[in-house]
Design a protein around this ligand. Structure first.
Ligand code: N2P
Length: 401
């Protein structure tokens, strides 16, 4: 896929290239917004991304505004700001600058790489984030903890663009709290030149690895994926609560650790490592692996024949968000078919907006790794607080062994 043209026709001034939102480098920032008089000043500062820093705390340009608004906590309606906290490698280069130009709202964009990190941050106290993007199966936990506020649906008329499978959900029927960003599956990324036989179709490749793969394996740094996929490999339901099944998960990793020298856990750097040919077999998320493939054609993605997990990452507004209305406007923006298609085309994940599909390259639409046929066995995880605690304990044992 040719990505070289991204950003070329934007006619945006290029800003200080120090902030990254993912492995594919620096996103250019619309400095012209400062010139266009975006509220919030931006007198020579970076109008936009806060890759790696906490949005809201790091932006000194915000402080006079906050004082002017006289608000400590609670919505600051007049500020033309939006603080987004999303997964790494999950947005194209144009969407944020174009939203800024179109809405006159300045965006701080910060990234994380696991649900665990996101939940821990939100539980620790007020964050200043206006949009966070947990995986669907965490939504009941967020709701029970009182971490979310209801959406202003009147500001999101494009909700009607959603595929009904993302409306009639068990985690948030009617989209009262969530709007899907992208959806995908968990599977295996591999290097055809390095795995025995040049092909992988089963979880056994990961859990009973060929000795030649020692030191070249990577596993997602994500509680649900580690335990859910191991349960599937073992022939169990990924939602099993049986102690004996969970003990088998622990035992599987004990054995695996004896078999391979080194087990890497990553939910972000594995993309680069697959692309660079350093990692040869990785548990990974569909679009991430396709992003690695764009840089290295020897990389493939497969949903193992035993089945796997399917998920959606959903935009939500934290309870204490300072700019909930700007958050709703952004949600409406990304539900526009052209915007939705632009994002999905770039990140190679599934779009929740059916009208966007007509705008996607046929090779993406026809790729069973991105849009799997209904014959592929895919499950959602379900999480209660108790189950999450149990899984977290098991995960810690596995990772820290
Ligand atoms: C993006 C990974 C998002 C998928 N890099 C995890 N739900």
């Amino acid at each position: 896929m040719d990505r070289s043209g991204d950003g070329q026709n934007l006619n945006l001034l290029v800003e200080d290239p120090q902030h990254r939102v993912g492995r594919r480098g620096v996103l250019r920032v619309a400095a012209l917004l400062g010139a266009a008089g975006v509220a919030g000043g931006v007198t020579g500062g970076v109008a936009g991304y806060l890759g790696g820093r906490a949005a809201g705390h790091a932006s000194t340009a915000d402080q006079p505004q906050d004082a002017a608004a006289g608000a400590v906590g609670g919505p600051r309606r007049r500020e033309r700001l939006l603080n987004i906290y999303n997964w790494s490698d999950y947005v194209d280069e144009k969407t944020i600058p174009l939203f800024q130009a179109y809405s006159n709202v300045r965006v701080n964009y910060d990234v994380y790489s696991s649900n665990d990190d996101l939940l821990a941050k939100l539980r620790a106290g007020p964050t200043q984030y206006d949009i966070v993007v947990p995986t669907n199966w965490f939504v009941p936990t967020y709701r029970r903890l009182g971490l979310l506020q209801p959406l202003r649906q009147d500001l999101i008329p494009n909700l009607t663009n959603l595929d009904k499978t993302f409306v009639e959900t068990d985690y948030d029927p009617g989209n009262k709290y969530t709007v899907p960003w992208q959806w995908g599956t968990t599977g295996l990324g591999y290097n055809t030149k390095r795995v025995p036989g040049g092909k992988v179709d089963s979880w056994t490749a990961l859990y009973e690895p060929d000795p030649s793969l020692g030191g070249r394996l990577s596993i997602l740094r994500e509680v649900t994926e580690v335990i859910g996929c191991t349960l599937i490999y073992l022939g169990k339901s990924p939602n099993s609560t049986r102690d004996a099944d969970l003990q088998q998960v622990v035992d599987t990793f004990k054995r695996l650790r004896r078999q391979v020298k080194q087990l890497k856990f990553s939910s972000d750097t594995y993309i680069d490592e697959l692309a660079a040919g350093e990692t040869w077999l990785a548990q990974g998320w569909s679009g991430d692996v396709f992003q690695a493939q764009a840089d290295n054609p020897d990389v493939r993605y497969v949903i193992p024949k035993e089945g796997s997990l399917r998920w959606a990452d959903v935009m939500c507004i934290p309870k204490d968000a300072p700019h909930p209305e700007n958050a709703a406007r952004f949600m409406n923006y990304v539900l526009h078919p052209q915007v939705a298609a632009r994002i999905s085309k770039y990140v190679s994940y599934g779009t929740p907006v059916p009208l966007a599909k007509a705008l996607l390259p046929p090779e993406q639409l026809n790729d069973p790794g991105i849009y799997p046929p209904s014959s592929v066995k895919l499950s959602f995880m379900t999480l209660t607080d108790q189950r999450l605690r149990t899984l977290q304990g098991i995960y810690d044992t596995i990772v820290n062994a």
